[in-house]
Design a protein around this ligand. Structure first.
Ligand SMILES: [Zn+2]
Length: 436
């Protein structure tokens, strides 16, 4: 294992901070797991008391932030495709989850997700799933920085039978990780169609008292919004605003069906949007108006969503999809440039989770959450602009090294905290079980 004191000598650095999008001629020095300095490479090579890692042909950038996911759902990848969201959930996903979701399912599925995320440059993830205690443990031992939002629902599941039990177990989990450097625990009310107003109100009270993060699926499809309006006369986001569940610690996932009044509401309350372009496209849920949101000053982060609706947990692929979809949705080729997409996948994701003082950019004093990408492949040549190549030309497999809080989790494309072969064996045995 690499020590927590090292110097990285790469061709270029994309710091996502400061005046330059791309920095050359500098090495990045890490001490005690923190970014210590950017030093002229010739000088950095003279440092005697640290390990030197030569990364010729590589670009360094902050580790990517996956602001919305359901890690354990890797075990449902490819189980049900090409269906609309409501039928996909009701006919396929929820019945299978009812039958199979248990601690072993969550542990194995989450470990597979962790491996896949590390291999594609994700160093911080958010997770919302049953048995969040098991997921938190798996992500922590994989070494990934994690925001776990524990599920809050009215319906009984294998993890909890009623609202009280969801909250009690979730709050105990929050206590357990209170002083953890890698794991943060927030509240994850699933949506306004699975959680009633009374429970959403209780969630708001708790989140405000604890100053905890809240993440909720919101305005995922036009049908969801319409059904809510028809039933209550109110748009889902207005319900959240009215009961105090919309604020600077609220992360609204999806937000495809939104109008100008909803954007005003987001701005007024300082809430964040988590955009999941690949999941939204695959389920034909709609397209989040990223350009309009950003123009209004709303912070927009990126998420993969679960592998059952994406079907990959790949940070590079998500950036690429976000930029392409933003252009199509707005009819504007300047929408979500490569630079903007990289920000959305790094510092804006960290900001949405309240982690921007710790991660999301390469700045002195921040945690060494760093990835190195091999940019020498044919598809990335001739290399006019490396940030453009990373967003528009990468295949998703260019990440060769990764450090989280200075801990080396990927070395020369080899996982350091997880066993790739063992995970593939586990996945195969789950396929056999789930198809029974
Ligand atoms: Zn989701």
């Amino acid at each position: 294992m690499t020590s927590l004191n090292f110097a990285l000598h790469a061709d270029a650095i994309i710091p996502v901070a400061g005046p330059d999008n791309i920095v050359t001629g500098k090495s990045l020095v890490v001490r005690d797991g923190l970014i210590d300095s950017f030093m002229a490479t010739d000088d950095a090579r003279q440092l005697l008391d640290i390990e030197h890692i030569e990364l010729s042909g590589h670009t360094l950038m902050p580790g990517l932030v996956n602001a919305h996911g359901h890690a354990a759902m890797t075990l449902l990848r490819g189980y049900a495709d090409d269906m609309p969201l409501d039928r996909w959930l009701n006919e396929k996903i929820w019945p299978l989850e009812t039958k199979w979701v248990a601690p072993d399912f969550v542990r194995d599925g989450t470990e597979i997700a962790a491996a896949e995320m590390i291999l594609s440059g994700i160093t911080t993830t958010s997770d919302m799933y049953f048995f969040p205690d098991v997921a938190a443990q798996a992500l922590q031992s994989a070494g990934i920085r994690t925001q776990v939002v524990f599920p809050v629902m009215n319906v009984p599941t294998a993890w909890a039978t009623d609202a009280r039990e969801y909250l009690d177990k979730g709050l105990a989990l929050r206590d357990h990780f209170r002083n953890d450097d890698l794991v943060d625990v927030g509240l994850g009310p699933h949506s306004t169609y699975t959680v009633d107003e009374a429970l959403l109100s209780t969630t708001a009270t708790l989140a405000n008292e604890l100053d905890a993060a809240v993440q909720i699926h919101l305005h995922e499809t036009a049908a969801e919004v319409l059904a809510h309006v028809e039933a209550t006369g109110e748009r889902p986001i207005d319900l959240l605003a009215r009961i105090g569940l919309l604020g600077p610690r609220t992360q609204c996932v999806h937000m495809t069906d939104i109008g100008n009044q909803d954007i005003d509401t987001l701005v007024q309350h300082g809430a964040h949007v988590i955009h999941c372009p690949r999941s939204n496209m695959k389920l034909a849920s709609g397209a989040c108006p990223v350009t309009k949101l950003k123009a209004a000053g709303v912070n927009v982060a990126l998420g993969t969503d679960g592998a059952a609706s994406n079907n990959k947990l790949n940070g590079l692929a998500e950036m690429q999809a976000a930029s392409l979809l933003a252009k199509l949705e707005s009819g504007d080729p300047t929408a979500l440039s490569a630079v903007d997409s990289i920000k959305a996948a790094t510092i804006d994701g960290a900001r949405a989770m309240g982690l921007d003082a710790v991660t999301g950019s390469l700045e002195v004093g921040k945690s060494a959450d760093i990835i190195a990408l091999d940019t020498t492949g044919l598809a990335m040549t001739p290399g006019h602009k490396v940030d453009s190549d990373i967003v528009y030309a990468s295949s998703g497999t260019e990440v060769t090294w990764s450090w989280i809080a200075g801990r080396n989790v990927l070395k020369n494309r080899q996982l350091q905290t997880l066993d790739n072969q063992a995970l593939r064996d586990k996945a195969r045995s789950w396929r056999a079980k789930l198809s029974q």
